[in-house]
Write a protein that binds this ligand. Structure first.
Ligand code: CMP
Length: 138
């Protein structure tokens, strides 16, 4: 099986109508969509998903942002998926993201940064299972 990563097109991407253009860049880069849906995280969901950041000063702001509207959650498949997807999205801070990356093109700030990409194969699996049942993954 080829590698998988997990992504969320965050509420700002949905609000600004950037879902189509971002998905176009993702598929053009060679990722196959293995699972995808429009969903909204509850506060409890976001606190659990981002538990690793719970002591950071921005945690409250992060939970508020990620729960304020729907997101597009997806599992993506490609060789070297985790690393290649992080290259495609660019640095966490869009001001530092490389030319042509999704965050450079569509993110406003380090907080509202348009997209999520898993940081390891292990987290890709955990995060994918957080959002999708087995029968939703193809
Ligand atoms: P991501 O890397 O996908 O997951 C953690 C998120 O926390 C990150 O995206 C940003 O949305 C947010 N984040 C990280 N650093 C900061 C920061 N310094 N200020 C506000 N939000 C941040």
């Amino acid at each position: 099986r080829t590698d998988r990563t997990f992504t969320m097109l965050k509420p700002d991407s949905v609000e600004k109508g950037n879902v189509g253009p971002i998905l176009e860049k993702i598929t053009a880069a060679g990722f196959r969509i293995a699972a995808m849906k429009l969903t909204q995280m509850t506060v409890a969901d976001a606190q659990e998903f981002y538990a690793i950041h719970k002591d950071r000063p921005f945690f409250g702001e992060l939970v508020q942002y990620m729960t304020r509207g729907p997101i597009v959650a997806a599992i993506l498949e490609k060789d070297n998926a985790v690393e290649d997807f992080r290259t495609l999205i660019g640095a966490t801070n869009p001001a530092e993201a490389a030319e042509g990356t999704i965050r450079r093109l569509y993110a406003d700030s380090i907080g509202e940064n348009a997209v999520h990409g898993s940081d390891s194969d292990e987290n890709a699996e955990i995060e994918g299972q957080f959002h999708f049942a087995g029968r939703e993954i193809f």
